[in-house]
Every structure is written in C-alpha cells, then in structure tokens.
Design a protein around this ligand. Structure first.
Ligand SMILES: C[S@@+](CC[C@H](N)C(=O)[O-])C[C@H]1O[C@@H](n2cnc3c(N)ncnc32)[C@H](O)[C@@H]1O
Length: 312
C-alpha cells in the first residue's frame, strides 16, 4: 500500500497528512524487502524474455534497452529489476521528488545486469503528466512499482496511449488490490464488524485527490488491465501480497500507524473507536497472535506485434 508522508513530519510512524503524493525515503526503505519478496518472479522473467526477443538483426541484444521507471522514489524497483534482466540497460528514472531521485541515483549506480552488463542511469525531475508527454521516447519497457493507487483513471488512459504509440511493453508491480486481512495463529482470516468498517473507510480514504482528481486506490489494477487490454495488449497478471508476520513487525507497525492517521482523517468523530481497533490489531501482531496480508497485483503487458517491434 502506498503511504504518503507529510514532508513536514516525514516520520516512520506514519504520522502523515495523506494529502499529497510525497513519500519519505525511510518508508520506502522499510517496505523494500517486503516488496521484493512479494513480487511475482515469473512476470519479471517474462519481461526479460520479451526484451530479448525484441532483438533484431538491425538491433541486436547487445544494443542497450531503454527502461523507464515511473515514480521511482529511491530506486527500489530498479534495484529489483536491473540484476534480473539481461543486456545493457539505460534506465530513465522519473519522479517529482528531487531528493528521492538523488537517493535513487546514489543507491543504484553500482548495479549491473543479470549478465554483468553495465546499467546507465538518467534521472528526470518531472511530474508523471510531463512523462506521458515527453518521458517515454525510445522506451522498450515502462515500469513502476507501488504507484498506481495514487493516480487517476485519466492518468492510466494517457499512459496507455503513450505506451501504445511507442510500442513498448509495461511491467507494473505492487498495485494495491484492496484485499487486506488479519489472520489468527491458525491462519484463519478475521473479519469482525470493526475490521470491515475500518478497512472500508481506509479504502475510501485512498480515493482522496492526490493532485489531479480522485485517486484510483484499490481499483488501480482493474483500470490498468482494462486500459491496456482495450489497446490490444496481451496481459498477464499475478498477485503479489505482503504477508506480514513477526519478522516484519516494524513494517506492520508503521503501516498500522499510517492507517490510524488516515482513519482519524476519514472518521474524525470516531477517533476512540479507531484507536481501540488499531490498538487491538497492533497488539495481536506484536504478541505474535496475528499476521496481516495486504493484497497487491503485478501486471505485465505486451503490445501487439508490429513491423518494427517485437512479437507480443
Ligand atoms: C509509493 S512511492 C513508490 C516509489 C518506488 N516506486 C518504490 O516502489 O519504492 C510513489 C512514488 O511516486 C512519486 N510520485 C507520485 N505522484 C507523482 C507524480 N504525479 N509525478 C511524479 N512522481 C510522482 C512519489 O514521489 C514517490 O516517489
């Protein structure tokens, strides 16, 4: 789940305003191991194979591939993908947060590909709206992780149009899908009235405007699938849930703190009910009586074959 942080507070505790799309490096660093563990490896292999098949006599595999990472944050998606893809890679990192972009460059410049080829980095401090217009030139693969719940359906339509025009494939990881469950020690899902009520309120909160209209929240993966399908893309999807137990307590604690802040905003008149639910669920996690699953989806989509491009 994307969890914006206030630039003013910028804390790990999720003490967030949730009013914009700014994120702390601490939060992105904290979630990175869970993200990498959750991602579907098969879709990454499929993207690697697609990039390899895209090689033609005029454009052999040794030619570098251009990959664009939208909303790159501090570079987690690149750290996952670059060492799993073959060939020389030119990565264009796009984010509206200059500080995160600088972190990404610093922490990714020593990466190499699966076959030890160099990785070239280019960073663009720009909005995603600018990216749809000018950021995807020459792209073979457009990628993003943990991004789309923040954006609008119109953003996805604009992105899908641009990708179709450029004939590039897309690999979008970790879009929240709204499937959140606590489980007891036997693995049975808990779904009390309070769970139902709080999770529904959280989902509503996710749709708040992040700057360009109501955000897609948990509807993001559906919008992505439909937009690319309508443009003739071949779609593959997989689930990529976080499964948070005792080994990921700090992440779970931080996530729940963010949820509590969001619920205080969403249900200002019910703050003591929110605090009670938060306290009970947090205690269950800390005492090792509960685990938490947060659902995501990964999507890999390839364009229809074209005279100049790769097979779908
Ligand atoms: C949840 S973070 C994910 C970061 C990274 N992809 C990861 O997986 O760690 C979302 C990122 O998108 C960026 N972002 C959100 N809205 C944006 C916009 N409209 N234009 C440019 N970047 C945006 C944020 O600055 C942030 O770095």
């Amino acid at each position: 789940m994307s969890m914006p942080s206030s630039p003013a507070t910028d804390t790990l505790s999720g003490d967030a305003l949730f009013s914009d799309a700014l994120f702390s490096d601490q939060w992105l660093t904290l979630r990175e191991p869970a993200d990498h563990l959750a991602r579907d490896a098969q879709l990454t292999h499929a993207a690697d194979r697609w990039l390899t098949r895209r090689a033609t006599p005029a454009r052999p595999l040794e030619t570098q591939r251009t990959l664009v990472d939208l909303g790159c944050g501090s570079g987690s998606n690149l750290r996952y993908l670059a060492p799993r893809l073959h060939g020389t890679q030119h990565w264009r990192l796009i984010d509206h947060d200059a500080e995160l972009l600088a972190h990404a460059r610093l922490r990714c410049e020593h990466l190499s590909s699966a076959d030890t080829q160099p990785i070239h980095l280019e960073s663009r401090h720009s909005s995603l709206t600018e990216a749809w217009e000018h950021g995807l030139q020459g792209a073979d693969l457009v990628t993003a992780s943990a991004l789309f719940d923040l954006l609008t359906p119109a953003d996805v339509e604009a992105l899908a149009d641009t990708c179709q025009n450029h004939g590039c494939a897309v690999l979008f990881a970790l879009s929240v899908d709204g499937h959140i469950r606590f489980h007891d020690a036997s693995g049975a899902p808990l779904f009390s009235d309070d769970d139902r009520f709080m999770l529904a309120a959280l989902e509503t909160h996710q749709h708040r405007d992040k700057g360009s209209g109501p955000a897609m929240g948990a509807q993001a993966s559906r919008h992505l699938r439909e937009a690319f399908h309508r443009r003739g893309y071949h779609i593959r999807e997989a689930t990529s849930p976080w499964r948070l137990g005792p080994e990921s307590l700090t992440l779970a604690e931080s996530l729940l703190a963010g949820w509590r802040s969001a619920l205080h905003e969403q249900l200002p008149q019910l703050s003591s009910r929110v605090d009670r639910w938060h306290g009970e669920r947090l205690e269950g996690l800390m005492r090792d009586k509960l685990t938490l699953t947060v659902g995501h989806k990964d999507l890999f989509a390839t364009p229809m074959a074209s005279a100049s491009g790769a097979p779908a």
